[in-house]
Design a protein around this ligand. Structure first.
Ligand code: GDP
Ligand code: MG
Length: 200
């Protein structure tokens, strides 16, 4: 492949890049739909699909990965938070699980409960670097650490210690695909081909 052909391929991928956003039940219940969508529109990215849905647990179970790596990461987040507060976790005694994976599965179940607890808004967004730009606008997973100017930083204050002890997922308003592979899989899961409407 020549340099020009390589550049053209990158150009085409940039022009076609898409990502999935879900406004979680707390965003809908708090009346933040417009406020949040406005930020994506302001960025210059293009909304090419949008609908309110009450997802089934089965759909959410397909949405969130079940890989060892992803589930263990959820478990490790939990432990990291406890360590920040100098709390030593005894997995068996404190949570009745045998390992980090099982702890991650618990958090994953809370996440499914949360996502099923009310209507959500699914949004397909298109534009160059859509995945990265949307993540930047959304902010970091932990709302109290997410900087001002980000959606999570401006509109949520949830803290993992509070969430973990209340046996629920961190309420952080939004899901956004973490990378291009996730985006492709998730868009395919949430939208039919004819529900994505492109325009100039
Ligand atoms: P995201 O991509 O920033 O949404 O974060 P992840 O993909 O790592 O986690 C998915 C979701 O699980 C997050 O958005 C939170 O709602 C929830 N979550 C993540 N880590 C924790 C945790 O340590 N404790 C609890 N209770 N929930 C968590
Ligand atoms: Mg994620």
């Amino acid at each position: 492949m020549s340099k020009m052909e390589k550049l053209e391929k990158i150009y085409k991928n940039l022009k076609e890049e898409k990502t999935l956003v879900l406004l979680k039940p707390d965003a809908v219940k708090r009346g933040l739909i417009g406020e949040i969508i406005k930020r994506f529109e302001n960025s210059g990215l293009k909304i090419i699909g949008l609908q309110m849905v009450k997802p089934t647990r089965n759909l959410l179970d397909k949405h969130y990965p079940k890989t060892k790596e992803w589930v263990e990461n959820l478990g490790n987040n939990f432990i990291k938070t406890c360590e920040e507060y100098k709390i030593k976790v005894d997995l068996k005694k404190d949570f009745n699980v045998n390992n980090v994976y099982e702890l991650g599965l618990k958090v994953r179940e809370w996440l499914l409960d949360y996502m099923c607890s009310g209507p959500i808004i699914k949004i397909a967004i298109k534009g160059p670097n859509a995945v990265e730009i949307v993540r930047k606008l959304v902010g970091t997973t932990l709302p109290f650490k997410s900087p001002p100017g980000t959606i999570r930083g401006d509109f949520s204050i949830d803290n993992p210690i509070i969430a973990n002890l209340e046996k629920r997922a961190i309420q952080n308003l939004i899901h956004a695909s973490g990378n291009k592979e996730e985006a492709k899989y998730e868009l395919n899961l949430w939208f039919k081909k004819n529900e994505l409407i492109d325009y100039n």
